[in-house]
Write a protein that binds this ligand. Structure first.
Ligand code: 5AD
Ligand code: SF4
Length: 479
């Protein structure tokens, strides 16, 4: 019955158009799909543009001030759209979901009356009921509690058609929330304490995706390697979960994100050694290279601890490439502290990284720390850091030329006859290849690189990576 527009009473529901706009992290992208799946049986059909939509959901991010402010500019545009639709006798419902909803609640409706309802990330399984209340013209609906019931128990698995439309890669949430309380971060407040989903539920979801043609799974969580879900025989670690997911036929590539350095355990390192499906690219955010700043950030590890963890991972998987997140201008950061960050970038040789200016977030300890760093100093440090990251990325990409990679073909490329896939290191790869290779892992010889993309030619007949060792010829690149 999933996706069926018939109601329980057998009446045909009106088809309505749903537009979901996702901001921020992978968890939000996943939640946006779950909201669409939840509303499909209610008669909502997803559209890619806000124009003509009956329901608009903004799935928001609160991690930095800029991300949160983007929502209000979008709400300004929606106000005009809603007024124009009303003149034509059409009603548009506007919902704000995600972490801004959680953090600001009713304040959003006060600031932007165009909003009809506000729903936090732990309550969106209640959307059908909230929309029914809204349809009865109840105004100012705000649902931001952390309900006792587990939202995952209420969420529908996507239909095969919906999964296919989303492509051959998919995220699966295995863990939510965070207990680490880094002093700059709102996540422990907006997403709550760390909760792991049971193994059985995750396996069902992955199986469902694999049956619909998904080939690459990324297990996601705010602190994914703190995973400790109930499974057969007791509590499972992320390493154990990865081993089990790798056994599901059809899943040729596995990733996980985002990890905390302190939660990299022996099991996880062994998974990198043993699982050919596990991508040799790991996002392991460090935030700063200075021990003084790491301490002020409450990261719970030193620079040396982080480097030791990387050494152990690389001993298990010599071709492992690393990426990280960095924050510049955390309160009290001196030029010396920042130099430590630059030198860490050079020591590790990241294949790519994200970097941000520190943003004061209400309610976090960092926001009230003295010695806030002036904006122009942050901007200048960010530019220097990004230049260093780019240099390493370019060197890494250049080392890929001449290598044979297993590339998962995802979609049509920019030019006619071209497909775009991803290398084991997440780089986009453009290849002249027939369309029926979409969804297949094929061997590609990398011939060149432009900006962040690689170009290549088909190396031999398609083969499934599970049958071969991923990126055999690449052991030297990650090191
Ligand atoms: N300011 C700037 N960057 C932040 N991040 C988290 N909180 C802040 C903040 N207050 C960054 C961290 C994190 C990534 C998801 O966002 O680098 O790893
Ligand atoms: Fe935020 Fe730190 Fe938790 Fe990551 S580990 S979500 S940065 S509090």
């Amino acid at each position: 019955m999933r996706g069926d527009p018939l109601t329980r009473t057998g009446r045909m529901k009106d088809r309505r158009k749903l537009y979901v706009k996702s901001y921020g992290c992978q968890m939000n992208a996943y939640d946006s799909h779950r909201m669409a799946d939840l509303l499909a049986p209610e008669g909502y059909v997803e559209t890619g543009v806000p124009e003509g939509a009956d329901l608009v959901i903004l799935n928001t991010c609160h991690i930095r001030e800029k991300a949160a402010e983007k929502v209000y500019s979008e709400l300004g545009r929606l106000r005009v759209m809603k007024q124009e639709a009303a003149r034509d006798g059409r009603r548009i419902t506007v919902a704000v979901a995600g972490c801004v909803a959680q953090a600001e609640g009713a304040e959003i409706i006060r600031r932007a009356p165009v909003v009809d309802l506000v729903v936090g990330p732990q309550s969106y399984h209640r959307l059908p009921e909230l929309l029914a209340r809204e349809a009865r013209r109840e105004s100012g609906i705000v649902e931001t509690a952390f309900p006792v019931e587990d939202k995952f128990g209420f969420l529908a698995l996507p239909s095969k058609a919906a999964t296919r439309a989303r492509g051959v890669t998919a995220f699966v949430t295995v863990q939510e929330g965070c207990d680490k309380f880094c002093t700059f971060c709102v996540v422990p407040y907006t997403r709550g304490v760390e909760v792991s989903r049971p193994v059985g539920k995750i396996l069902d979801e992955v199986q469902n995706l694999a049956d619909a043609g998904v080939r690459e799974i990324t297990l996601i969580g705010q602190n994914v390697n703190a995973y400790h879900g109930e499974g057969p025989g007791g509590v499972w670690s992320l390493g154990r979960l990865l081993r089990r997911v790798a056994e599901i036929p059809g899943i040729v590539r596995l990733r996980y994100s985002t990890s905390h350095p302190c939660d990299v355990d022996d099991d996880l390192i062994a998974a990198h050694r043993d699982l050919p499906q596990l991508s040799p690219q790991l996002h392991l955010p460090v935030q700063s290279g200075s021990d003084r700043i790491l301490d002020a950030m409450n990261r719970r590890h030193t620079r040396a601890d982080y480097l030791r963890t990387i050494d152990r991972l690389r001993a298990a998987r010599p071709d492992l490439a690393l990426t990280s997140d960095f924050i510049v201008g955390f309160p009290g950061e001196t030029e010396d502290d920042f130099s430590d960050t630059l030198s860490l970038v050079n020591d590790v040789g990241y294949s790519d990284s994200f970097s941000f200016k520190y943003s004061q977030r209400p309610g976090t300890p960092g926001a009230t720390m003295t010695e806030q760093v002036p904006e122009e100093v942050k901007s200048e440090r960010l530019a220097r850091l990004q230049a260093a990251i780019k240099r390493h990325q370019a060197a890494f990409n250049a080392r890929c030329v001449g290598c044979d990679f297993d590339v998962l073909m995802e979609k049509r490329g920019r030019d006619a006859g071209q497909l775009t896939g991803r290398s084991p290191y997440l780089q986009p790869v453009q290849v002249m290849a027939p369309q029926d290779l979409i969804g297949r892992m094929v061997s590609v010889t990398i011939t060149g690189t432009i900006a962040n993309s690689l170009f290549g030619v088909l190396a031999d007949t398609p083969r499934i990576a599970a049958e071969s060792r991923v990126a055999q010829s690449f052991a030297a690149v990650g090191a």
